[in-house]
Design a protein around this ligand. Structure first.
Ligand SMILES: O=C(O)C(=O)C[C@]1(C(=O)O)C=C[C@@H](O)C=C1
Length: 356
């Protein structure tokens, strides 16, 4: 077959695909009407996950899993926009890693609102000015994002999904490498690249700013003073900077976990994770007894963080992640047992335990 013939074949398939996508959009429109009538959530992470898992299992063609996920991410993004004008609030500015995580989850067809801080994201979702919010919760190199943990204590919002995003910081500037005197970046990105900075720019003046995108902007504005940024390749592109070195973080597998917060949590998918907060009585053995509740019901605890309660000095709140869904009998029993040993237990939600 020559090129023209092959392309004719592709045109024919594209025509059929578009007709099928239009038929799908018709059904999606009906789903939207039913959901609005019954007061159901438009975004259904459990349905998205089961649909993706089924398609990946069925796939016998040449397309890798990554491509299937990307294609369907955009098909379902178009569906979300058709069903409702879905608004996603995220910790901005544009092109930040949180923005990129939000796009990874919700695609390009929905509306995004960049906000200035974590509290604003929680607040806008709680006031229903945005349908969902996206915030970082932890980084595999630098650990917990304590602002996010603290905001859950008083928030009525629930976690409905998680997003894992590989973070690859770059050195970006509009000046040659030898002229760099100052490095701008977000404190987390500076910490992730600490070893690289010490080796490559031991004399540089390090300046912490509110985001890596802001760092890219400053590298453009202050180029004559020898400024460069440690930022995302997208942030560099947005501000017309050249990428002088890619992937400069100290660990190759530097990943950040983000959470999607909304009014409701997610139903069972069969491979879930549950997050909760608890506070213990100030007595010997309280923490051990609280944690034994998980052991007793064979629940795997994948994470624990402690944070000051902010109500009383030297009183702590523990943030825990468990394998399983809060509607699974063993997790439910484990939480009931935990409650016996705690002064407060707050369930933050259960959501699909998806990887990168
Ligand atoms: O099945 C639904 O609940 C839909 O809204 C449809 C659909 C889809 O395109 O398949 C779209 C968005 C949801 O998050 C999940 C699935």
């Amino acid at each position: 077959m020559n090129l023209d013939d092959i392309r004719k074949g592709i045109d024919e398939i594209d025509g059929k695909l578009l007709d099928l996508l239009s038929d799908r959009a018709e059904l999606v429109h009906q789903v939207g009407l039913v959901k609005k009538r019954d007061g159901l959530q438009i975004y259904a992470p459990e349905r998205e996950e089961s649909l993706l898992r089924r398609l990946i299992e069925r796939n016998k063609g040449r397309l890798p899993e990554k491509s299937i996920r990307a294609i369907y991410r955009e098909i379902m993004s178009a569906a979300l926009a058709l069903e409702d004008d879905l608004k996603i609030a995220y910790l901005g500015p544009e092109a930040s890693w949180t923005h990129q995580a939000a796009i990874k989850k919700f695609g390009h067809s929905v509306e995004y609102t960049p906000l200035h801080n974590f509290a604003e994201v929680f607040d806008q979702v709680a006031r229903r000015r945005a349908d969902y919010g996206v915030v970082p919760i932890e980084n595999s190199t630098e650990g917990a994002v304590s602002h996010t943990l603290d905001l859950f204590v008083d928030s009525p919002l629930q976690i409905c999904a998680q997003i894992l995003l590989r973070i690859e910081n770059c050195l970006a500037a509009s000046i040659p490498r030898e002229q760099i005197k100052t490095l701008y970046s977000h404190p987390q990105a500076l910490a992730q690249c600490r070893g690289w900075i010490l080796k490559n720019f031991p004399e540089a003046h390090l300046i912490e700013v509110s985001s890596t995108t802001r760092a890219a902007q400053l590298a453009t504005e202050k180029a004559e003073e020898g400024a460069a940024a440690i930022c995302s390749p997208l942030g560099a592109e947005m501000h017309g900077l050249a990428v002088l070195e890619e992937s400069i973080q100290d660990r190759a597998t530097n990943t950040t976990r983000f959470l999607v917060i909304g009014e409701k949590t997610c139903p069972v998918t069969g491979k879930d994770r549950t997050s909760l907060l608890f506070a213990i009585h100030d007595r010997p053995g309280s923490l051990v007894r609280a944690l034994q509740a998980f052991d007793q019901f064979h629940i795997n605890m994948s994470k624990i963080e402690s944070r000051p309660s902010k109500r009383k000095d030297w009183e702590y709140i523990f943030y825990v992640d468990l394998s399983g869904h809060c509607d699974d009998p063993e997790v439910r029993n484990g939480i009931e047992e935990l409650e016996k040993h705690c002064s407060m237990v707050k369930l933050l939600g259960s959501y699909p335990d998806v990887g990168e």
